[in-house]
Design a protein around this ligand. Structure first.
Ligand code: MG
Ligand code: ZN
Length: 359
């Protein structure tokens, strides 16, 4: 285990709101691609407090997204494939459940199905990430106040014939399956949910457009209507899928889209002054490299042309490389250093004091 750099927490400013943005599968090379391929300014460059995390799970050196998101959401290392349960398979309380006891509003946004491993770890408990219908059952009664993503079919076209859209409405959710609404059109006394695809959202290449940025913006405005404070998790789910596909265009377009959403969070945090923004990844995918272009000499031999970037992958799966953490706002200084992925949870709880006993 990597050492945990303990700060004197009483001297650290306490944020009211926390926005955690996770780019699934983005290591340093994926993030670096924005600096070479994004036409506009890169929002990652707006951070000053930067750290690194070890992403290993409880049983494996190379994590999956379930164990890694469970580390962020609950502060415990678990086995690959697990969602919100400890290594011994018992359920463990997550950040959303803890913060909700303090009346903190909570939201999750993803470009995957909302039942996929990363978002699921913030509302569900399951020994198997593949139990999608069982994971969906847990959303209506969860403490989530706002969600946006795909996954409609796991709620209304189920093998048990249940229509969970009714369950969501019984639990005070207003559900939209067409488009994000204007803030003014959302009933203030309701929770709000958006299912904008049957399973995953389309890719950027297939015209997803500004969904991730717009949902992040709307989620922030919705959750910030109360004075109580909020926690929002936004995931760029498909950076990982570009890596698995060894498809550089797919990967980079998703990473740039994620960076735009990071910009929305930072714009709000700069104005607000009471918001901690944390940007990290659950693991690296693809062994992605920004390499030099390989060209041929006249005699047919190869050489590396350092004047142009090319993209290469070394694996189809995840890697165990440390991944970066970027933090902005009150409390951001505690995210500097090299530590375990579980510390993301513990540091959030420490600086927000959301885990302190309810008065
Ligand atoms: Mg994910
Ligand atoms: Zn993956």
């Amino acid at each position: 285990m990597l050492s945990n750099c303990k700060e004197n927490i009483d001297e650290v400013p306490q944020p009211k709101n926390v926005i955690l943005l996770i780019s699934d599968g983005a290591g340093l090379s994926q993030i670096s691609s924005a600096f070479y391929f994004k036409d506009t300014s890169v929002n990652y460059s707006r951070f000053r407090n930067i750290g690194l995390i070890n992403t290993s799970s409880s049983r494996e050196d190379v994590t999956d997204s379930g164990a890694a998101a469970t580390a962020f959401a609950t502060g415990v290392k678990t086995f690959n494939g697990a969602i919100g349960v400890e290594d011994d398979s018992t359920s463990v309380e997550n950040l959303v459940e803890i913060a909700s006891l303090k009346h903190i509003k909570t939201g999750i946004i993803a470009t995957s199905s909302i039942t996929h491993a990363t978002p699921a770890s913030f509302f569900a408990h399951s020994i198997s990430r593949g139990a999608t219908e069982k994971i969906a059952l847990q959303l209506p009664k969860s403490d989530i106040d706002f969600f946006a993503g795909g996954g409609l079919q796991f709620f209304n076209k189920r093998s048990d014939q249940l229509n969970l859209l009714n369950e969501l409405e019984k639990n005070n959710f207003s559900i939209d399956t067409v488009a994000l609404s204007d803030l003014d059109d959302i009933k203030s006394n309701q929770k709000q949910g958006y299912f904008l695809a049957q399973d995953a959202m389309p890719t950027i290449i297939n015209n997803r457009g500004d969904f991730l940025s717009n949902a992040t913006d709307l989620g922030i405005q919705f959750l910030n209507k109360d004075e109580s404070g909020f926690f929002l998790m936004t995931e760029g789910s498909q950076v990982d899928w570009g890596g698995h596909d060894n498809n550089g265009e797919y990967l980079v377009s998703e990473l740039i889209d994620f960076d735009d959403a990071v910009g929305k969070a930072l714009d709000f945090a700069e104005k607000d002054g009471n918001t901690l923004v944390i940007v990290t990844s659950d693991h690296e995918t693809g062994g992605f490299t920004l390499k030099s272009k390989t060209r041929l000499k006249d005699d047919g031999s190869e050489y590396s042309d350092y004047s142009e970037i090319d993209m290469a992958f070394s694996i189809k799966g995840h890697s165990a490389t440390l991944v970066p953490v970027f933090a902005y706002g009150p409390g951001s200084e505690v995210f500097v250093g090299i530590y375990e992925n579980t510390e993301i949870f513990h540091k959030i709880i420490e600086v927000t004091k959301w885990g302190n006993p309810v008065d």
